[in-house]
Design a protein around this ligand. Structure first.
Ligand code: URA
Length: 452
């Protein structure tokens, strides 16, 4: 089939074969098929979707467009976690060392901030000296020596995704479940993992705003992982307010270190323990998810999780003394308090707008080549359901950009909704997803010994 015939078939609602996708995508990576034909195919997929078999074949073709790392020489079940992205989502920084401290090897390839969401790589790079650009050989050495490695997508990993993603970004074809699923899973399956836990965010700070869309994405991701022979489970977790209290790269490192040192931030640690406990269970270091959660709590309480974080930071060139003494970090030029204009209860957050505000303060990019200011960000002081009085502190803004301060203060006030009545308690972990489908989730044992 010629590229035009493949595009026409998908445009008309047909089902592409693995061979057709392989020919098209390998032709694209080899520069034999131009951007405009790939863009047309992406738009056809956007409108017509893909069957489960097509999604698996697409992922497989994208995965094999580059190197698939072999970690079979490393003992143990290698497990990673992937989040679809949110605001203040610093879970990986706490979870990866916590799970590694439980004896489960964690090879993690993370991404940069995307849209209004932050990225683990940008957060790690806020630590002075930390290198995320390890070669594949270094990646293998670090995971073998420390049981944990944290890097970014190299040019060898899923190059088809790198090019297709850039094209999707400028052709309005990002928000497509098969394309998102292929993109995420091709990178994750290239890491050398045996199992994967997915955190699919849902709500006004997530890419998927409704539970139904999040569930459809979750099922697509889990079914691809399972069909490729990797034990894959996921959770649908809430993103209707920032996770934790801090947003911005260095601020998120600081909040993560607090949690690693045992000073739990309740919502952040609830998600972290559920995902981490599941990784420990998949990694065969616990007989159940509940037991995995207990192992994770022990790793935090004993200080082993924080030690593991310091170890990997040092191993990847970072200076762990900043984790012990965060006050040594350079300070932002402006630190501005934002106060409430009303009394009542916090009833909601415009979460995506909070993420975009953090970017405007310097914490993210609006163009690919923008330089991030790791000091920039927002600290919120209230969560949904908290009481707030007029003129009480709602949050703090940190930035070097003096010209955005007045606008930022007013914007922040408008992004926190204050009402007369207490909203009902927010459920954080909505559902568990495995190859049999989406199920409601409760973690009754989680709160033993935790202050909520
Ligand atoms: N993250 C990815 O890696 N790819 C997508 O398409 C969306 C989010």
């Amino acid at each position: 089939m010629t590229p035009v015939e493949v595009i026409r078939k998908k445009r008309d609602g047909g089902t592409l074969t693995r061979e057709e996708m392989h020919a098209f995508i390998s032709g694209y990576v080899a520069n034999e098929i131009p951007d405009y034909q790939m863009a047309a195919l992406l738009m056809a997929v956007y409108f017509n979707g893909m069957t489960a078999d097509e999604r698996a074949a697409l992922t497989d073709v994208m995965l094999h467009s580059g190197v698939v790392v072999d970690l079979s020489h490393i003992p143990g079940v290698k497990v990673d976690k992937h989040s679809t992205g949110g605001v203040g989502d610093k879970v990986s920084l706490i979870l990866a060392p916590m799970v590694a401290a439980c004896g489960v090897p964690v090879p993690m390839i993370s991404g940069r901030g995307l849209g209004h969401t932050g990225g683990t790589l940008d957060k790690l790079e806020a630590i002075p000296g930390f290198r995320t650009d390890l070669s594949i050989e270094e990646y293998k050495r670090v995971i073998a020596e420390t049981g944990l490695v944290l890097i970014g997508q190299t040019k060898e990993i899923a190059p088809a995704d790198k090019r297709m993603y850039a094209l999707r970004d400028v052709t309005a074809t990002v928000e497509s479940i098969p394309l998102i699923a292929g993109s995420i899973m091709s990178k994750k399956l290239a890491e050398g993992i045996d199992a994967l836990v997915l955190d699919i965010k849902t709500g006004n700070g997530a890419f998927m705003h409704t539970f139904e869309d999040s569930a459809a994405l979750a099922e697509a991701l889990v079914s691809i992982g399972t069909s490729m022979g990797k034990r894959t489970v996921g959770y649908i977790t809430d993103m209707n307010q920032p996770l934790g209290y801090m947003i911005g790269n260095w601020l998120e490192v600081v909040e993560s270190v607090e949690c690693l040192k045992g000073r739990a931030v309740a919502d952040l640690m609830e998600v972290t323990y559920v995902l981490g406990g599941t990784m420990v269970w998949l990694g065969k270091r616990a007989a159940s998810i509940d037991e995995g959660i207990e192992r994770c709590k022990e790793a935090i309480a004993s200080g082993k999780a924080f030690e593991k974080f310091c170890e990997v930071v040092a191993r990847q060139g970072g200076d762990p003394s900043y984790l012990e003494h965060p006050q040594r970090y350079p300070r932002p030029r402006h630190v501005v308090e934002v106060r409430s204009t009303a009394s009542g209860y916090v009833t909601g957050y415009a979460t995506m707008q909070i993420g975009l505000l953090a970017i405007a303060l310097g914490a993210g990019r609006t163009k690919v080549d923008d330089i991030i200011d790791p000091k920039a960000g927002i600290i919120i002081t209230k969560k949904i359901g908290d009481r707030v009085e007029r003129d009480e502190l709602l949050g703090t803004i940190a930035t070097d950009r003096g010209d955005v301060l007045d606008r930022a203060r007013a914007a922040m006030q408008s992004f926190v909704a204050v009402g007369e009545t207490t909203p009902s308690r927010q459920q954080l972990v909505h559902a568990f997803v495995d190859e049999t489908g989406v199920k409601p989730w409760t973690t009754p044992s989680l709160w033993k010994g935790m202050n909520r």
